[in-house]
Design a binder for this molecule. Structure first.
Ligand code: HEC
Length: 157
């Protein structure tokens, strides 16, 4: 083989591998795989489909909403990340890679069923700072009371 042919073959091979890696990194791996992108997409459910079917077993009342608020602002520690008014602007929340949900967000209120909100509180949201709080910090009943309180937070898109 002439030196020129060896040179050309090696050059072609390098070019080929560069092209393949270019395809893989830029096109084949879709952007959705990026957890940050996934996190910011509010339309992606955080709970499995069956969670939508779970109804709040506690009847709503002023007392229950107040109890939910007290748990949110006290024992549950929710305000630390989600903020006093639920805008997702709590002190610890501002430092997080995946920001805590703005619970007053209209799209959030519209898209999530009570059962999904309950699920996130109980089990947490994987790969985020949202841990599961039942039974570590609060009971299931208390989590449902917080769901009632979250539903009262004013909607703003
Ligand atoms: C350490 C910070 C932190 C604390 C404390 C915390 N959260 Fe979260 N929360 C998050 C983060 C981060 C997310 C993830 C947002 C996402 O899924 O994009 C989240 C998401 C949520 C969601 C939305 C899930 C969805 O379906 O979109 C709800 C509801 C929620 N938290 C409620 C609570 C309640 C109630 C408490 C208290 C019992 C609480 N959180 C405490 C950080 C926190």
């Amino acid at each position: 083989m002439s030196p020129f042919r060896i040179f050309a073959t090696v050059g072609l091979m390098i070019g080929f591998f560069w092209f393949v890696s270019y395809l893989i990194t830029n096109h084949v791996v879709p952007d959705e795989v990026d957890p940050q992108m996934m996190a910011s997409d509010i339309t992606r459910p955080r709970a499995p489909a069956e969670a939508r079917k779970i109804d709040n077993p506690i009847p709503v009342s002023e007392t229950v909403i107040q109890e939910g608020k007290n748990l949110y602002s006290g024992k549950g520690n929710c305000f630390i990340c989600h903020g006093k008014e639920g805008h997702g602007d709590g002190e610890a929340g501002t430092m997080m890679n995946i920001p805590p949900r703005d619970l007053t967000n209209a799209a959030f209120q519209r898209l999530r069923a009570d059962g999904e909100i309950f699920w996130s509180i109980k089990v947490g949201v994987p790969q985020s700072g949202m841990f599961g709080y039942v039974p570590r910090m609060i009971s299931e009943e208390e989590a449902w009371k917080i769901v009632h309180y979250i539903r009262t937070l004013t909607a703003s898109d």
